[in-house]
Design a protein around this ligand. Structure first.
Ligand SMILES: [Fe+2]
Ligand SMILES: [Fe+2]
Length: 299
């Protein structure tokens, strides 16, 4: 009798069903993401909605007052923060803080959660930059998608620590992509897990699709948002901003591409980004910003 491999979505469903408590993200964050996905979002309205949540507000104020933002005066209220930093920055901080709520500064199962956060933040910044340079998608949605694209990884890391560590180890030892190692070990990947949760959290369909398909090789009619996030993801992995084990892997240095330079530049050109020198320069700045942010948030 041959064993038929199980459908990865069904496996992901049964993994999620086995959780004793379901991971949640604040309802206010979901509302903000939905608003942001609508036509012509008013960012100060978005910030207002979210900041009615006291826990989020306190966290946001803490991040704003961290060395990252180098403000001259300590900010005590969200209203002040909006004035100093503008709604766009405040929204990004809010989203970042919601994501941090899912992660944890402790080293989990031999994984450095801050490396995963570095990766997500890096992908968010690069995706937004690509959105701005190419004009194919809204920069805010590119940012949100970058922060959340690997949310399934964070969930597996917390709820299936041992197996997740095994997946990371296997991906390092056999030079596999992490999602391929996950598929071998779990029978599913962080993409299916993340997308199912995104649907439960009522994320916009566009964002759920990014989470589901950001590692798809061949996909007819891949949406521009998926292409932007996929490319940003590959660029970040190439500059060593990726989820890693508790030992820090020496990086190749900001602004230097890894082994996939020609393929990445071809894809950048297809997206309409042609000034590679300018892009590399901004990439170096983004990598520095990510490192500084992680230092500020995970002291
Ligand atoms: Fe991923
Ligand atoms: Fe990723």
């Amino acid at each position: 009798m041959s064993i038929t491999p199980q459908n990865p979505v069904a496996v992901a469903q049964s993994i999620i069903a086995s959780f004793q408590t379901l991971p949640t993200i604040p309802a206010a964050a979901t509302r903000a993401i939905q608003l942001l996905n609508g036509p012509d979002p008013d960012l100060s309205e978005v910030a207002d909605i979210i900041l009615a949540d006291q826990v989020i507000a306190a966290r946001v104020i803490r991040i704003i007052n961290s060395p990252l933002y180098k403000l001259l005066h300590e900010v005590e209220s969200v209203k002040q923060a909006l004035i100093y930093l503008g709604p766009q920055k405040v929204f990004e901080i809010i989203l970042t803080s919601c994501f941090l709520e899912l992660t944890d500064s402790r080293t989990l199962a031999g994984i450095r959660p801050q490396s995963c956060w570095e990766h997500s933040f890096g992908v968010a910044l690069v995706a937004r930059n690509l959105a701005e340079l190419s004009g194919v998608v809204k920069p805010e949605m590119a940012y949100v998608s970058g922060i959340l694209h690997d949310v399934g990884e964070v969930i597996l890391m917390h709820y299936r620590q041992d197996q997740f560590r095994e997946a990371v180890q296997r991906s390092v030892e056999r030079e596999l992509d992490l999602h391929d190692a996950e598929r071998e070990i779990f029978g599913t990947t962080h993409c299916e897990i993340g997308a199912l949760l995104a649907a439960q959290w009522h994320f916009p369909e566009l964002l759920t699709q990014v989470i589901m398909h950001h590692h798809a090789d061949q996909m007819e009619l891949k949406s521009p948002l998926i292409r932007v996030v996929q490319l940003a993801d590959q660029i970040c992995s190439d500059v060593r901003l990726k989820c890693s084990m508790d030992v820090e892997v020496p990086g190749v240095g900001a602004g230097v591409y890894g082994a996939h330079l020609p393929a990445l530049e071809k894809q950048l050109a297809q997206l309409g980004v042609t000034d590679m020198d300018a892009f590399r320069k901004s990439l170096a700045q983004m990598v520095d910003h990510v490192k500084a942010a992680v230092q500020a948030i995970y002291p």
